[in-house]
Design a protein around this ligand. Structure first.
Ligand SMILES: [Mn+2]
Length: 346
């Protein structure tokens, strides 16, 4: 069977493989998936590492353990988020970078929570199985394709495979899947299917809540505590809005942590936090969403200078400091940030 040619017939066969697998019962689907593998197979599981994909890979590793000769999980991206590093380390999920392995030492390839069209690194890889919950893309093929867009989390699908295989997840695996579902559904405030809710409920009693707490809370590096000091001394409150320019930062993630923290303040409708990273001014927007739109405000204020946008309640702008009018760019501080919003907020 020819693979990965972007022809019409392949595209339609890809959709039809997926349609066929969708129609199967959970048991039949599991059977088909397992039938891809033989005892002496070396399996490479490929993910773009995030909580949902890590949990999915962990589940497939469990599903195939004792069925194949060896299983390796790899990811092309660098894991920067502290929560994700904590998840990997606390739950002992064995991950390696895609660059660190030799592909020809493996004979079976599984892609989870992603599709071959999602990243350049996947374009010339031939996958035996793709299990994903993103919209089905064209121009690739695989013998086994299970793509269910309506699922909030990919690992919910894997939890169904485990259930059909009568495998009870360990505390580490259950915690991984539980966290994966929480993150991908934004604690069930965004896309979630009844299957995600059922799975969440089913996993609940196996979750280690201490591990889960530690993973969820680990989002500040020790070296970043100092930015809170800067934030508290620089912040200005006007009307029901908090503005803070933190100054120079090494990792923009801290701006998100500070902004989210400040949304806890009573009677505050807007939080706008900025920092300088390299040549860039990064601005994080948070609002309560009531008659407000963070994405639109970000676009109005920063759109003319760089990339800006987001959702109703949260948004982000990244602009090269050189693109700002000289009188703003020179010595940017909290009052400069406030000035930029004057025209746009009453
Ligand atoms: Mn996902």
């Amino acid at each position: 069977m020819s693979k990965n040619h972007s022809t019409e017939s392949d595209a339609s066969s890809n959709a039809s493989v997926s349609r066929h697998i969708r129609r199967l019962s959970n048991k039949e689907r599991l059977k088909q998936f397992l039938s891809l593998f033989k005892r002496d197979d070396s399996v490479l599981i490929v993910i773009v590492a995030d909580p949902d994909s890590m949990a999915s890979a962990f589940a497939v590793k469990r599903l195939l353990s004792r069925r194949v000769s060896d299983i390796t999980i790899v990811h092309p991206n660098i894991i920067k988020r502290l929560n994700n590093l904590a998840m990997r380390d606390i739950l002992k999920i064995p991950l390696q970078s895609l660059r660190s392995i030799k592909k020809d030492e493996y004979n079976k390839f599984v892609l989870l929570d992603s599709q071959p069209t999602h990243r350049e690194e996947f374009a010339n890889m031939h996958f035996d199985a793709v299990i994903d919950h993103h919209p089905l893309t064209e121009g690739w093929s695989a013998p086994f394709i299970d793509v269910r867009e309506e699922y909030g989390a990919n690992c919910t699908m894997l939890a169904e495979y485990l259930k059909s295989a009568r495998i009870t997840p360990s505390a580490a695996l259950a915690t991984a899947m539980f966290y994966g579902i929480k993150v991908d559904t934004h604690n069930f405030t965004q896309k979630a299917s009844p299957a995600d809710i059922l799975c969440f409920q089913h996993l609940f009693k196996r979750v280690n809540k201490y591990w889960l707490n530690k993973i969820e809370r680990s989002d500040i590096r020790k070296a970043e505590i100092k930015y809170f000091k800067a934030a508290f001394s620089n912040l200005k409150i006007r009307k029901n809005r908090i503005y803070v320019h933190i100054g120079r930062i090494t990792n923009p993630d801290i701006l998100v942590v500070v902004a989210d923290f400040l949304t806890h303040v009573h009677d505050i409708g807007w939080v706008i936090v900025s920092g300088l990273s390299g040549e860039k001014l990064i601005v994080i927007f948070r609002c309560d969403g009531y008659k407000k739109n963070a994405g639109k405000l970000a676009e109005r204020v920063f759109g003319p200078y760089g990339s800006a946008g987001g959702h109703k309640e949260s948004a982000r702008a990244e602009v090269s400091i050189k693109n700002l009018p000289a009188k703003l760019a020179f010595n940017f501080e909290t009052t400069t940030l406030m000035k930029m919003f004057m025209k746009h907020l009453d």
